[in-house]
Design a protein around this ligand. Structure first.
Ligand code: NAP
Length: 309
């Protein structure tokens, strides 16, 4: 019997229990899934930072901690976590993000607000450029950034992507390293942030990098709030250097009611809904990793604790 501890809030248990049990059965895994296994009896932990386990020290035989979230910034520095950590990479999470990014890119590319929000009986045709004339830069070329970049490239957008290490991805001009960041931004009419939050990526959009963008550029941030220096962004929106920012993630969530982002007409706030882990597909990913652990194959989606993601 494999003991799998589910350490996440009640709502998650209600959403995930059936899907996990089905995925374990389909994989032929003999799993006891519980919220109450004793630490010393636990083989695997399914985890969110909002669940009860915060000290991993007593989980002496645990082979793998499997996060339900893609972002790991709130667990990666936990000194008690000596077990391997896997983050969530799930096709449905990726698909949701692709749809959010493509949708918000198309909103700005086609200037959809002009006719949806301002129907003032004015017949004033302005034709948008074709996508081939609208360069997009994606910061972060991981599971999500690469998929979004490829979807935009298929629609004809010239896509530049930026990552920490060199990459080759069909349809995307790939750049890497801090020294080329400003160059990657210099052509971007739309910038998408899909970086993890680490010491290196915090405030990656700041006064200097915002100034490197073409005037009127649009920011889409479904990554993490602290990727952006908020004061610098508000100032750049004021001057028109940035034309609009569509923000899904914030330093403090829920976004406080007095936060200026709520009231700035050049800012669209979405309440951290760009994408979400879906139980059915996530359960298959979890079952796959447990199968790997039981047959001594390498785990998938392991977090590099040194790099912080
Ligand atoms: P991932 O697969 O780990 O990819 C991260 C990418 O960022 C990689 O390309 C990585 O470069 C790059 N990167 C990391 N540090 C960098 C640095 N210092 N300089 C340049 N590039 C750097 O992550 P993912 O699955 O795509 O997810 C990205 C983020 O999206 C998550 O961390 C999470 O914060 C956010 N997210 C948000 C939502 C939402 O609903 N809003 C949902 C899911 C995820 P390498 O390729 O060289 O490693």
């Amino acid at each position: 019997m494999i003991n799998v501890l589910f350490s996440a809030p009640d709502d998650d248990w209600a959403n995930y229990q059936t899907a996990l049990e089905a995925a374990f059965a389909a994989s032929g895994l003999n799993v006891a899934l519980s919220r109450d296994h004793a630490p010393e009896d636990t083989d695997y932990i399914i985890f969110t930072p909002t669940g009860p386990v915060t000290d991993f020290t007593p989980f002496t035989r645990c082979k793998l901690v499997m996060g339900l979230w893609a972002g790991v910034e709130s667990i990666v520095d936990n000194a008690t976590l000596t077990q391997p950590l896997a983050r969530m990479v799930d096709d449905s999470l990726t698909q949701g993000m692709v749809e959010w990014v493509v949708g918000h890119t198309m909103r700005h590319h086609l200037n959809l607000d002009r006719h949806i929000l301002a129907p003032d009986a004015e017949w004033d045709p302005v034709f948008p450029p074709l996508s081939k004339d609208r360069p997009v830069t994606i910061l972060g070329l991981g599971a999500l950034g690469a998929a979004c970049g490829q979807a935009l490239a298929k629609l004809g957008f010239p896509v530049t992507g930026w990552s920490r290490t060199p990459k080759t991805i069909d349809g995307i001009t790939c750049l890497s390293g801090p020294e080329v960041l400003l160059g990657a931004l210099s052509t971007a009419q739309i910038v998408v942030l899909l970086l993890p939050l680490t010491d290196e990526t915090e405030n990656v959009l700041n006064a200097q990098s915002l100034a490197a963008l073409p005037e009127g550029a649009v920011i889409l941030n479904p990554g993490r709030g602290a990727l952006i220096d908020d004061d610098a962004l508000l100032a750049a929106l004021d001057t028109g250097q940035i034309g609009h920012a569509t923000l899904d993630v914030f330093r403090t969530e829920p976004l406080p009611v007095d936060n200026p982002y709520w009231h700035d007409p050049k800012v669209t706030v979405t309440p951290h809904i760009a994408s979400v882990t879906r139980p059915a597909s996530a359960a298959e990913v979890i079952a796959d990793n447990i199968s790997r652990g039981e047959t001594d194959e390498p785990f998938l989606h392991l977090v590099d604790r040194q790099a912080g993601y």
